[in-house]
Design a protein around this ligand. Sequence first.
Ligand code: F6R
Length: 361
Amino acid sequence: DKGGYRHFMAKEIAEQPAVLGDVLSHYIKGDRIVLPDGMDFSEVDRITLVACGTAYLAGYVAKYWFEKLAGLPCDLDVASEFRYREPPLSEKSWGIFVSQSGETADTLAALHYARGKVAKTVGVVNVGTSAIARDTDTALPTMAGVEVCVASSKAFTCQLAVLAVLALKAAQDRGMLDDAALARHLADLRGIPALVNQALSTADDCEKLAEWLSESADVLFLGRGPLYPVALEGALKLKELSYIHAEGYASGELKHGPIALIDQNMPVVVVAPRDELFEKTVSNMQEVMARHGQVLLVSDAAGIEEAGDGIHAPLTMPTGGGLFQPIVYAVPMQYLAYFTAVAKGTDVDQPRNLAKSVTVE
Ligand code: F6R
């Protein structure tokens, strides 16, 4: 049941404030993080995050969080590479396997490889009865509810919510945050569903911008820090849904290659809240504009103001969220892809050649 929406994707995007509220109140009670027994990171020396596709990109954001908040070294890999590379794993490390379906063949094989080599395997899974939920030592439900659209939306942001909780727990267990700092981060995280709700109102702007994107052959997405994986997710969603070639790059990598592609025909989506790295992003945008590239800047009001004239299309996001902003910025990535697909008339909920659950490698 599409609940009055034109596509499951639109419904699932709109459900995010509610499901994020559910999952966060499951793992955070007042000022306490509540996780199953044995989820104590004090002795953990390293995290290995393994997943595929969008779930991998959730892991990519989490790498920034684990490293920054908890000072915990974090390796990240796509499951199809990890499983055959035979990586050495520390016996004090934990492996975290992220999967909506819990049935992805490569992720399951990666888990089986890691079992017995690491101190603990943790599943971050949406389907509680799945193989990955069953075969991990601890399975943490992401509680997004059934996701019908093949392209992941609410499952992604709920994965991020659970991973954010884990990173904060790791920081707490390792003595990296005093009580006041922990309380501040928890308040930021609890505020995310309301910010995601505000971000839903970018839909109208995204629909207008999609007219432009749908005419393009290629789109570049740029981001820095924890917003870099969000740029990758924007590119992945756009190619899956609209069949437009899209690539995500770390903003700082622009001059190491992709700048050669820039001309007036290539939209460049810059995902950049006004943070401490923003100045660097402004200079990246100037490099794009000097080559007649057209910038779609996704930022907060302060960022849009600071970026000044020359931006082809500003998309204003709510302010706030602290380190957990990637969850909020996922929303316009979803809407840009969604409305571009609608404008192109592709099959939004069932893109060609894709399957919801990839149980063969
Ligand atoms: C993208 C998408 C895929 C999945 C990937 C992993 O929109 O949905 O990239 O994220 O196939 O699937 P799960 O999470 O079920 O392991």
